[in-house]
Design a binder for this molecule. Structure first.
Ligand SMILES: [Zn+2]
Length: 271
């Protein structure tokens, strides 16, 4: 297998993966979406809420606010040694909010959540939680826990985790006379015209929609779009709770553990 990094920043990772197959790519994609744990607010104790929103709606909004996650210091509640319904400081983080509007209307943002652990804070402090008018108050205590996307989307570490086949395009060998239909129709601007000839400008942008092939007036079409069987372009966009490379590393670790467990059970059964 060969992996090449195309793009990388704090929340995005784009990879070219060669000599892999669909089952592996799909397993990693699904694990990244549903099984890599991340931190999210799971329980809210409302102390005072005189706003116009019900407690449940505020709790829901807080739950969907992405939190920075520390996978090395915290346990999943079901795996924690405390075995407590309430959790301990290894499986739970307490955040508080005490917001009030003294004059006029104001928006309360996620940045007003105060965490007991300065590492576990909202990814962005600009997520609007609620609007308060003069005299309204919101005071609460929230408990964040690790969880998995398969139980609730708030625990999904990625907003996008997808792959596509690596495109393979054969452009017409001879210049086409007065026809730029394939170039004009491409929604991803893959082609360009150089000296009357169609050229591929941005191969990786191609999403194999085949519009260019259908637009070609020649029969058979002069342009050919195919894909490499064992090469993929993978896109991972993190919510900001974990780095995208950490998410994919965790996914491979989880897959590895599942296979080890399978092997162990198989051995025990076969005895
Ligand atoms: Zn615990």
């Amino acid at each position: 297998m060969k992996i090449e990094v195309l793009e990388k920043d704090e929340t995005n990772l784009r990879l070219v993966i060669k000599e892999a197959d669909v089952p592996l790519m799909n397993a990693l994609r699904r694990i990244a979406l549903a099984e890599v744990p991340t931190m999210a607010i799971d329980e809210v104790v409302m102390i005072e809420n005189s706003s116009i929103l019900q407690d449940e709606i505020i709790a829901h909004r807080l739950g969907l606010t992405p939190l920075k996650t520390d996978l090395d210091s915290y346990n999943l509640p079901e795996e924690c040694e405390c075995k407590s319904e309430f959790g301990c400081n290894l499986c739970r983080v307490t955040l508080t909010m005490d917001a009030e509007s003294n004059d006029g209307t104001r928006t309360v943002y996620s940045g007003e959540l105060v965490s007991e652990n300065p590492e576990i804070i909202p990814v962005s402090d600009k997520v609007p939680i609620i609007k308060l008018v003069k005299g309204q108050k919101l005071k609460l205590e929230a408990y964040a826990r690790l969880g998995k996307g398969q139980n609730h989307a708030k625990w999904q570490p990625v907003s996008v985790c997808a792959y596509k086949y690596y495109p393979k395009i054969t452009v017409p060998s001879k210049p086409c006379k007065d026809c730029t239909k394939c170039v004009d129709i491409c929604p991803k601007n893959v082609y360009t015209i150089k000296e009357n000839k169609v050229e591929v400008k941005d191969l990786l942008a191609c999403n194999l929609c085949m519009d260019c092939v259908e637009a070609c007036p020649q029969n058979p079409p002069a342009i050919k779009v195919e894909w490499e069987k064992n090469a993929f372009i993978m896109n991972i966009e993190s919510t900001g709770s974990l780095s995208p490379e950490r998410i994919i590393q965790e996914a491979t670790k989880i897959l590895d553990n599942q296979l080890k467990e399978f092997k162990k059970q198989l051995k025990a059964e076969a005895k």
